[in-house]
Write a protein that binds this ligand. Structure first.
Ligand SMILES: C[S@@+](CC[C@H](N)C(=O)[O-])C[C@H]1O[C@@H](n2cnc3c(N)ncnc32)[C@H](O)[C@@H]1O
Length: 247
């Protein structure tokens, strides 16, 4: 290929100053979104749970309020009824999900740590949505293996949210693609991983960010190449990639 053709092709793939569509240029703009559109509409129980979580030492793990609002809206848009969540922590995304589902909706929620879930549980109970949740304590992968082996769960989930151990996302994907229904959605959280996906090799990254970075990069490539799904990566929270099962 001639050099000018290569240059034009590269140029076409890069975002441009004019028509640059990512508007989130500052923390102030993010704060504006929170204060204008998210906090005023945040259901009272989610606010209460967000405040409890803010006092917990691992609060960096929580789903952000704007992402909670996004999940809640998405679940309503797709009329989700049967859902799964891998990675619960104190339950902010779980509560956003539980509030969006119909009264007979279901969430299979899994986490290796039950103590943190129990911090949020009283708020979930007070909100009147705890009956939708089945919480399983322990690693998610063996549970998924059992569900795949027991054919009755195939194609049964409308929505699955994955927000746990990043080094297992591809292992989860191999199983979840069987469990989500055709037309259903899997959401993988943290696919921009603190922005580290574009960090130079010598960038000063926190240890855990550096450790999981390669797994996130590998996941993003694998999802983009997977013909069984269509995908959409959104810069909400730490990046969420929605995968809609095609076949
Ligand atoms: C980022 S937090 C989840 C945040 C949560 N979605 C929220 O809205 O607050 C990740 C969670 O994954 C859990 N986790 C880590 N490894 C896991 C595994 N193998 N199976 C299930 N959960 C796991 C951790 O205990 C932690 O609570």
């Amino acid at each position: 290929m001639a050099q000018t053709a290569v240059a034009t092709e590269n140029q076409a793939g890069r975002h441009q100053e004019v028509g640059h569509k990512s508007l989130l240029q500052s923390d102030d703009l993010y704060q504006y979104i929170l204060e204008t559109s998210v906090y005023p509409r945040e259901p009272e129980p989610m606010k209460e749970l967000r405040e409890i979580t803010a006092n917990h030492p691992w609060n960096i793990m929580t789903t952000s309020a704007d992402e909670g609002q996004f999940l809640n809206m998405l679940l309503k848009l797709i009329n989700a009824k049967n859902t799964m969540e891998i990675g619960v922590y104190t339950g902010y995304s779980l509560l956003a999900t539980a509030l969006a589902l119909p009264d007979d909706g279901k969430i299979l929620a899994m986490d290796i740590n039950k103590e943190n879930y129990e911090l949020g549980l009283p708020v979930i109970e007070k909100a009147g949505v705890a009956h939708k949740i089945e919480f399983k304590e322990g690693p998610a992968l063996p549970v998924l293996d059992q569900m795949v082996a027991d054919g009755k769960y195939h194609g049964s989930y409308d929505f699955i949210f994955v927000d746990a151990d990043k080094d297992n996302y591809l292992n989860y994907h191999k199983r979840l693609i069987d469990l989500v229904k055709v037309g259903g959605v899997i959401g993988y959280d943290n696919t921009l991983w603190n922005g580290s996906v574009v960090a130079p090799p010598d960038a000063p990254l926190r240890k855990y960010v550096r450790y999981y970075r390669d797994f996130v990069l590998e996941l993003n490539k694998a999802l983009a190449a997977d013909p069984r799904i269509e995908i959409c990566q959104l810069p909400v929270g730490d990046g969420i990639t929605l995968c809609r099962r095609l076949s």
